[in-house]
Design a protein around this ligand. Structure first.
Ligand code: COI
Length: 356
């Protein structure tokens, strides 16, 4: 057992790593050796413990299972060109985690607690960070109401857990998407901008219907008659229209995507004009008709970027130009990958080095 300043580390006896091909892992299927656990009891977050990844014991009456007080993050650590390991945009993920926790009435956690926990866990499992381009260590911090009680209430006890797993590219083929005009992912005043578990569970049914119709995912809208576009599947969505990068402006029904933000920052840095504003289905149809709907793509931590090849609106299919290597989406993605591995300058201090 090793004790860092505040974190106790119980290392695994036999690492599972030798049995894993780090360059060939389907997304979300392989878990690294360790996890970090910190409990909230008596009104305080308790010191974190790192232990071998494994099952946890919970009560069937645990509040999170019934009333859904659960929030999570999706983050990534990268192997840099010089061999060091870095976590991408830790502060922005922490800020979003805090906002999600506040929206779900989960008690706040200090940046020190989150930051120390993240760094310690990634350091312990640094050997699990893959080195090939497009691969990374996906990190999943989450918090849930662990109190044993079935009365409807805000919990007084919580568990914060972080685990990780090596991942390669997430979505491979260009997507066929359908503008969803019946179901909604989120409504104004709801929890759409929080990264809470229920947002994902609620999206499964409409997404599965869309898949039965031959689409890969849905384009969510604000539910208005204008069908203002909000997100794509579990990602933010961006369009290149007449050489301008257009994306729906953030609202309380849209997740403040960290990859979205990185894309906007990099696009501006590359001299691309960016507009964050409403974009309705009619504008997409009209831009397509004029031949100026050049690109559409989703962005998210898991996928990074997922190009869209076809958008279906009210039963009519609109095919986008074929995806080429000089697409803006792919150029920005490449710059992002370069920043993450130290092949391009990290002007905005997005990388936190955890292991030299
Ligand atoms: C991500 O892109 O990291 C997400 O959280 C989406 C999905 C894997 C749940």
């Amino acid at each position: 057992m090793i004790a860092t300043e505040n974190i106790t580390i119980n290392k695994i006896k036999n690492s599972r790593l030798p049995k894993v091909d780090l360059n060939n892992v389907p997304f979300g299927s392989v878990l690294s050796d360790h996890m970090l656990v910190s409990n909230y009891i008596n009104g305080e977050w308790q010191p974190s413990v790192i232990e071998p990844f494994g099952d946890i014991t919970i009560s069937p009456a645990m509040l999170a299972l019934h009333y859904g007080q659960i929030v999570f993050e999706g983050m990534k650590a990268f192997k840099m060109k010089d061999g060091s390991v870095s976590i991408f945009r830790m502060e922005k993920h922490y800020d979003r985690f805090c906002k999600s926790m506040e929206r779900m009435c989960i008690p706040p956690m200090s940046y020190e607690h989150f930051n120390e926990a993240m760094k310690a866990l990634v350091k312990v499992d640094a050997a699990w960070v893959p080195g090939s381009e497009g691969s990374s260590l996906y990190i999943r911090p989450f918090v849930f109401a662990s109190e044993e009680r079935f009365g409807v209430k805000v919990a007084e006890e919580y568990k914060f857990i972080i685990f990780s797993g090596p991942v390669g590219p997430y979505y491979s083929n260009p997507l066929k998407v359908k503008v969803e005009d019946k179901y909604r992912r989120a409504a104004s005043g709801g929890t759409g901008s929080a990264k809470c578990a229920g947002n994902y569970g609620g999206a499964f049914y409409p997404s599965s219907l869309a898949r039965k119709q031959g689409f890969d995912q849905v384009l969510w809208t604000d539910g208005s008659s204008e069908l203002n576009i909000e997100e794509s599947g579990t990602m933010n969505v961006l369009f290149m229209i007449n050489n301008v990068l257009v994306t729906p402006s953030l609202s309380d029904s849209i997740l403040d995507g960290i990859t979205r933000d990185s894309f906007i920052t990099i696009a501006k840095d590359m001299g691309i004009k960016v507009e964050e504003r409403k974009i309705g289905a009619d504008e997409l149809i009209s831009a397509h008709g004029k031949g100026i709907l050049q690109e559409a793509f989703g962005t998210g931590t898991a996928a990074v970027v997922a190009p869209i090849q076809l958008i279906s609106i009210k039963g009519k299919d609109y095919t986008l130009p074929a995806i080429k290597d000089d697409n803006v989406a792919l150029k920005i993605k490449q710059r992002l990958l370069d920043i993450r591995v130290g092949a391009a300058p990290d002007k905005n201090n997005w990388n936190t080095i955890v292991k030299q």
